[in-house]
Design a protein around this ligand. Structure first.
Ligand SMILES: N[C@@H](CCC[C@H](N)C(=O)O)C(=O)O
Length: 271
């Protein structure tokens, strides 16, 4: 028998999501159904789907994230900002802030008007200057896990970079097996500003923005080019977001991502 689900469609800088309230744990959907809901022709259409669930480990809530292909991922930066605004709407916009559990650790969020700033879990697995052959080109590739894995490549001509081809090449490169990676292409545009394009794992295409990717690029721009916090990041969808961080002897702390989180429409769908 079909179940009717109420959802909100949201986007964070053009990275778009189906939002479901599963606080009562009554929503049971498998990965195939999630992929169908995210399908742009046969479903609602989205880069991913987020579920609000009850906390089990000290947070106010738990965020679960699935990519458009249905697979679950540990974290989504743009999704986390949308999650924070969506949860606030479920509480009649009375929350001053919140902390929520993800598979990548605890995230906290502050509301700044219509925008949301999240404080992310500590990045790890930073690797600089790996030379990898991709599509017949020797690329200088950097990588870091900012909740999910990211490869970062600096380019001169971002507009004409083959994001799909090189992105897919990196995503499935043996260097990142078995889980694969997201892939970001970055152009330096000023002393603390970059423009980026991202190929997302689980969407298997370029998206208009990727929050954890922006953070990865900003941190690697700090490592290699001396960028200081905050770093401004212009994304494919045209928005500019701010990345904050502090680097101490113990590594990166207070890594923040500040940007839009917008409601688009609400609806119901049968699954
Ligand atoms: N769009 C996201 C990242 C979502 C997860 C990613 N596609 C993966 O599988 O690692 C973001 O805004 O961070």
């Amino acid at each position: 028998m079909a179940t009717t689900l109420k959802f909100w469609k949201m986007n964070g800088a053009g990275n778009d999501f189906v939002m479901l309230d599963n606080r009562t744990q009554s929503v049971h959907i498998d990965n195939e159904t999630i992929a169908r809901l995210c399908d742009r022709h046969r479903g609602v259409g989205a880069d991913g789907l987020l579920l609000v669930e009850p906390a089990t480990d000290g947070g106010d809530f738990k965020m679960r994230y699935h990519n458009a292909d249905g697979g679950e991922a540990e974290m989504c930066g743009n999704g986390a900002r949308c999650f924070a605004r969506y949860v606030n709407r479920l509480h009649e916009d009375k929350l001053g802030g919140l902390k929520f559990e993800t598979l990548a650790g605890m995230i906290s969020a502050d509301y700044l008007g219509d925008q949301v700033r999240i404080n992310m879990s500590a990045p790890h697995s930073l690797k600089l200057n790996q030379t990898l052959p991709v599509e017949g080109i020797e690329l200088s590739v950097h990588s870091v896990n900012t909740g999910v894995p990211h490869a970062v490549v600096f380019v001169e001509d971002l507009e004409h970079t083959n994001v799909r081809g090189l992105g897919a090449g990196l995503r499935y490169h043996t260097a990142f097996a078995p889980k694969g990676t997201n892939a970001n292409f970055v152009k330096i545009t000023g002393p603390n500003s970059i423009s980026i394009r991202t190929y997302e794992r689980g969407v298997e295409d370029e998206t208009l923005a990727c929050g954890t990717g922006m953070v990865a690029c900003a941190l690697i721009a700090h490592e290699l080019h001396g960028f200081t916090s905050p770093v401004s990041v212009l994304v494919r969808g045209g928005d500019t977001l701010q990345i904050g961080f502090q680097k101490t002897a113990d590594g990166y702390q207070n890594v923040t991502l500040h940007g839009p989180a917008d409601f688009v429409f609400e609806g119901t769908v049968e699954v």
